[in-house]
Design a protein around this ligand. Structure first.
Ligand code: NAP
Length: 236
């Protein structure tokens, strides 16, 4: 049987590294990306590429390289994500994406670009090498749920994940006839740099659930859905 290939963005830390480890544990070929590929752990990543999702030229260069290399991709995981609360260099930045009184469209658009437009660009540019039965998993968040929104604000992060959810559904329906699948995932609150130490679950637990949902066919049976890690549907 041909070895399956998994491509994971942001595979240098957090959930991305855990996904890479879990995929490697199943003997899949793991292609990982990071802003600096030197940050990727070669013990569980077979091939690493530089990819900065905030830069159109970096996305274009990565896509050209990987399409030229001809790797067929069976499982594309758009994992890398940006939460404006993590921009520690500018104390006003987060507020400008969070509270309407400080709303800064340019700053809000950073989140929209990295979390929604960049993953969709990857899907588009990688179409020629997506396997016939490829699964695309966009790592979203409960914060991107419109129906589930109970607290105000959070325009940058929540808005970007809501857009990612809509894009996931749209591309899932567009590609349905091709045999490919696209799903959005709420990974829950995880103990990563983004989630912090008090979060409820480890990224390894989430990574195992993701790989299991791919290998047991759950993801393929849920085209266009927004899922939790137990395979149940999350409200849009
Ligand atoms: N942690 C949670 O509780 C939680 C909850 C819901 C959803 N999520 C989602 O889960 C995914 C993984 O998050 P995590 O918790 O693992 O976060 P994390 O530990 O903060 O890791 C974020 C990853 O995204 C990468 N990244 C950020 N901006 C990037 C850019 N411009 N170009 C390329 N890579 C970039 C980071 O790369 P660098 O190391 O170079 O910064 C890092 O690899 C994200 O999509 C996040 O939104 C997380």
């Amino acid at each position: 049987m041909t070895q399956k290939t998994v491509l994971i963005t942001g595979a240098n830390r957090g959930l991305g590294a855990a996904l890479a480890k879990a995929a490697h544990g199943h003997a899949f070929k793991v292609i990982g990306t990071a802003r600096k590929s030197s940050a990727l752990d070669a013990s569980f990543i077979d091939q690493g590429y530089d990819l900065d999702l905030s830069k159109a030229d970096s996305i274009a260069s990565f896509c050209t390289k990987i399409v030229k290399a001809g790797h067929p991709i069976d499982f594309l995981i758009n994992n890398a994500g940006f939460n404006p609360k993590d921009r520690k260099d500018d104390p006003t930045y987060f507020q400008s994406t969070f509270k309407i009184a400080y709303f800064d469209a340019s700053n809000v658009s950073d989140s929209i670009w990295i979390n929604a437009l960049a993953p969709m660009t990857l899907i588009s540019k990688l179409l020629p090498i997506l396997a016939d039965d490829a699964v695309v998993l966009n790592i979203s968040s409960w914060l991107g749920s419109i129906g589930g929104k109970t607290a105000g604000g959070h325009y940058g992060y929540a808005g970007s994940k809501a857009l990612l959810n809509m894009f996931t559904r749209a591309v899932a329906l567009e590609l349905a006839d091709t045999g490919r699948t696209a799903v959005a995932l709420n990974p829950g609150w995880m103990r990563t740099d983004m989630g912090g130490d008090n979060a409820e679950r480890s990224p390894d637990e989430v990574a195992k659930a993701v790989v299991d949902m791919w290998t047991d066919g759950t993801l393929m049976s849920k085209n266009g859905q927004f899922l939790n890690i137990d395979g149940t549907e999350h409200p849009w």
